[in-house]
Design a protein around this ligand. Structure first.
Ligand code: HBI
Ligand code: FE
Length: 290
């Protein structure tokens, strides 16, 4: 179910802002074991692939523990670092609810964890995607500011009917963004960093385009939710990403109203090209259903 079609009525047991108690004591050992399996697999892979702010955040929040983190414990350090806290939710929440939380430096994280037989494929964001994927970057002050600015922008975009453009910005930065560094491209997007296969594909595979980030370009580019991305956008720095939110979004939305979407596999003459993808993966029909 897409987040925008969720009714605003929270599910039974959830508070009006859709938060629930994490109930950390109630997790079964088998659930903690899934976290450890996923955590150890990613941590063997990510040095040299994830960006330094992500790796630093992972350490400072001490997610190394032997299982699903207790949000109350990580919130002590997270709040001290950037004023953010993680709040537990049952799963996807309506866009309006999601933006309201982000605008107040609260990150809504799924309380549930995937089953051991679902390690690589997941419909909804679970606690591993949300806490391992998203939360370490929230320890970086610049990215923490960006996420709050995004939340505020989301509430405005909804009122202007521009939510689909802003969702693309979220998708190509917060979920699937790459960062240019002197040592090469590094991952900061949660959707990549929480996925074993995509942590490899996004950096190494010749198939996808890797293009320089541009706000209007990203907002005109559709995305796929069910497979690896056909294009990844590269930011020069987290500061540049934050600075992009200072743009006049009203003028940007007016411009977008006169522009057509850009085909997902296209490379435009003005694009800064880090990799001209073969699109071989997408032409092979992508992943076999996991
Ligand atoms: N809800 N819990 C949760 N996590 C998300 O990442 C999320 C959401 N609701 C809406 C949403 N993401 C997307 O529509 C964003 O583009 C806003
Ligand atoms: Fe996510």
């Amino acid at each position: 179910m897409a987040a925008e079609t969720l009714s605003l009525t929270p599910p039974p047991g959830a508070r009006p802002d859709w938060t629930i108690d994490q109930g950390w004591d109630a997790y079964a050992q088998a659930e903690h074991d899934v976290w450890v399996t996923l955590y150890e697999r990613q941590c063997a892979l990510l040095p040299g692939r994830a960006c330094d702010p992500f790796l630093k955040g992972l350490d400072s929040l001490d997610l190394h523990r032997t299982g699903i983190p207790d949000f109350a414990r990580i919130n002590e350090e997270l709040k001290r670092l950037t004023g953010w806290t993680v709040v537990a939710v049952p799963g996807l929440v309506p866009d309006e609810v999601f933006f309201e939380h982000l605008a107040n430096r609260r990150f809504p994280a799924g309380q549930f964890i995937r089953r051991a037989d679902q390690l690589d494929y997941l419909q909804e964001p679970d606690v591993f995607h949300d806490v391992f994927g998203h939360v370490p970057m929230l320890t970086d002050p610049t990215f923490a500011d960006y996420m709050q600015a995004y939340g505020r922008g989301g509430l405005r975009a909804m009122n202007l009917g521009r939510l689909h453009n802003l969702a693309r910005l979220y998708w190509y930065t917060v979920e699937f963004g790459l960062l240019e560094t002197p040592a090469g491209l590094r991952i900061y997007g949660a959707g990549i960093v929480s996925s074993h296969a995509e942590s490899i594909f996004a950096l190494d595979d010749p198939s996808p385009n890797r293009l320089g980030f541009d706000l209007a370009r990203v907002m005109r580019t559709p995305y796929r939710i069910d497979d690896f991305q056909q294009v990844y956008f590269v930011i020069p720095s987290l500061q540049a990403l934050l600075d992009s939110t200072l743009s006049d979004f009203g003028a940007l939305y007016a411009y977008l109203a006169s522009q057509k979407d850009i085909p997902i596999e296209a490379i435009l003459p003005d694009d800064k090209v880090f990799n001209r993808g073969t699109q071989a993966y997408a032409q092979r029909g992508g992943q076999t259903a996991a």
